[in-house]
Design a protein around this ligand. Structure first.
Ligand SMILES: Nc1ncnc2c1ncn2[C@@H]1O[C@H](COP(=O)(O)OP(=O)(O)O)[C@@H](O)[C@H]1O
Ligand SMILES: [Mg+2]
Length: 120
């Protein structure tokens, strides 16, 4: 886990081998923070797009899927979905496992969030 602090914004990043519990732990931490009344944004970066499922209760469209479908430009509502206790959930999406570069999906998502002001 990596912790970064920018002004009043605390950023937590979870990474490691597949199957060690990143999605489960991250989802529960997001839920716990939201229950405490903190404005929480949960961003899933796994191309499988599964970490937000426990918070929203279903699979949400990914940023890459929405960019591909809309073409003209996407809005905040297209990519940010409310989850448990008001956690805002975003899914980066990416190529099929083992094909292409998952990192590119994350970079594209971060560019899009900065453009749409979601990170502000
Ligand atoms: N603390 C835990 N104890 C037991 N099983 C766990 C725990 N955390 C996660 N799991 C289970 O392990 C599997 C992989 O967890 P997951 O969160 O999807 O891992 P990752 O995101 O790192 O790939 C899931 O079936 C999940 O329910
Ligand atoms: Mg995961």
């Amino acid at each position: 886990m990596k912790v970064g602090k920018e002004r009043d914004c605390l950023k937590l990043a979870f990474y490691g081998k597949g199957g060690i519990g990143k999605s489960t732990v991250a989802g529960n931490i997001s839920a716990a923070l939201a229950i405490q009344g903190l404005r929480t944004l949960h961003i899933g970066c796994d191309p499988k797009a599964d970490s937000t499922r426990c918070l929203v209760g279903r699979k949400i469209p990914t940023v890459l899927q929405q960019l591909q479908a809309k073409r003209i430009g996407i809005s905040r509502q297209d990519i940010v979905f409310p989850g448990f206790s008001g956690v805002n959930c975003i899914k980066a999406g990416g190529p099929e496992a083992g094909i292409g570069c998952a990192g590119r999906g994350i970079i594209t998502m971060m560019d899009e969030l900065n453009l749409s002001g979601t990170m502000g």
